[in-house]
Design a protein around this ligand. Structure first.
Ligand code: SF4
Length: 373
């Protein structure tokens, strides 16, 4: 805790020190120099990264499946939830830790990276599964192991039926200086547009993660430009966080800034129900209210709003009407997914649906999702 105080210049009040120490033992903090300079100036950034005593008291829900990767396949690092996409977790390490990390238990423990053999097995699997048209390479952060990232992409780019490679990263916030022109050039080589047979074109894009306008600095914009200059499309995902960005003005400014700097606001995710982050979760309805305001403006600044359930993303729109139920004194939003039970079990290789998920009369999955407050 002392080190954290020295680095950030923030003093933890005497009456909170014991609890904060306990939080840090359970959920460590990790920061980068760039992040430290930002959180000194921005409460919104600080709230996302500094330990909070509320992390101890606000435990609820059956949490593990969200954090542990329910859909892990037999190949280490590979997950498949949908028919047409696979997720590859190249590394569970991250240059910094968000308090609301959706893979807290794996990222904080820094499970081992995928080995070259794991990568080879993953590529073999995708080669065989012709329905897979896209992959998301994620983490942790894939840029913490650039050699493996390039090794993986090189192999993936040779798979004929694979059309779309996406890299999910928050490194543009953590360490923008590490995302060099050389890396951008290397990645851009994997974009293969085929004017003669457009259906056979292949593209590579990057999904960034910015939650607040204070995160977009000149260093970040320069890093974004290094990629866009090489023809790499940048899209952004944002997590809706209580007291950070859960209001129209903040998100409007964030999305407008992103668009102006060549990153497309793509998803706004409701903050998932995980251990210790109740204090960061607004009600699901809050996102719909914000979407209503955004939908009066250019479509370019209106990302999809989605709730991430254990059976996959469920999108909501500006006039979605939510249904609720109460279980064990907790309020749940009842969400109808577009996914069938049959497809889910087949894609994930599971024998039954996860907890709080069940079938409707048409075989579609209904998910009861713990609401925020
Ligand atoms: S960037 Fe993503 S993986 Fe890394 S700590 Fe934050 S939420 Fe977790």
């Amino acid at each position: 805790m002392k080190e954290l105080e020295e680095l950030t210049g923030i003093t933890i009040p005497e009456n909170e020190r014991k609890e904060v120490q306990e939080v840090l033992e359970k959920y460590p903090a990790k920061l980068t120099d760039h992040l430290i300079s930002l959180l000194k100036k921005s409460k919104a950034v600080a709230k996302q990264f500094l330990p909070n005593k509320l992390e101890l008291t606000a435990l609820y829900g059956t949490i593990a499946p969200y954090e542990e990767g329910l859909h892990a396949s037999e190949i280490y690092g590979l997950e498949r939830l949908y028919k047409d996409r696979a997720v590859i977790t190249l590394s569970f390490g991250c240059p910094a830790y968000c308090r609301f990390c959706f893979r807290k238990s794996r990222v904080l423990k820094e499970k081992p990276r995928m080995s070259k053999q794991d990568i080879d097995k993953t590529v073999e699997f995708i080669e065989k599964e012709k329905d897979i048209r896209g992959v998301l390479i994620t983490g942790g952060d894939p840029f913490v192991c650039p050699d493996n990232l390039l090794y993986l992409i090189d192999k993936l780019s040779k798979i004929e039926h694979l059309m779309l490679i996406r890299i999910g990263t928050r490194s543009l916030l953590y360490q923008p200086e590490n995302l060099t022109e050389d890396m951008a050039k290397k990645l851009s080589k994997f974009i293969k547009i085929n004017p003669k047979e457009p259906y056979k074109s292949k593209t590579l894009s990057i999904v960034t993660h910015f939650n607040h306008p204070d995160e977009i600095t000149s260093e970040t914009v320069n890093a974004l430009q290094r990629f866009t200059k090489q023809g790499i499309i940048m899209r952004n995902q944002t997590v809706l966080l209580k007291g950070v960005n859960d209001n129209f003005q903040t998100l409007r400014k964030l999305f407008e800034t992103l668009v102006a700097n060549d990153s497309i606001p793509y998803y706004l995710f409701h903050c998932m129900p995980l251990q210790g982050i109740k204090y960061l979760r607004p009600p699901v309805q809050k996102g719909i209210d914000i979407l209503k305001e955004l939908s009066k403006l250019s479509g370019l600044i209106s990302p999809h709003y989605a709730v991430v359930t254990q059976v996959g993303k469920i999108r909501l729109i500006h006039n979605s009407e939510l249904k609720y139920k109460t279980k064990n004194s907790q309020k749940y939003v009842v969400l109808k997914s577009p996914y069938t039970v049959k497809d889910f079990l087949k894609n994930t290789n599971q024998k039954k649906l996860p907890e709080n998920c069940y079938s409707d009369k048409d075989g579609l999955i209904i998910a009861d999702y713990l609401d925020g407050e």
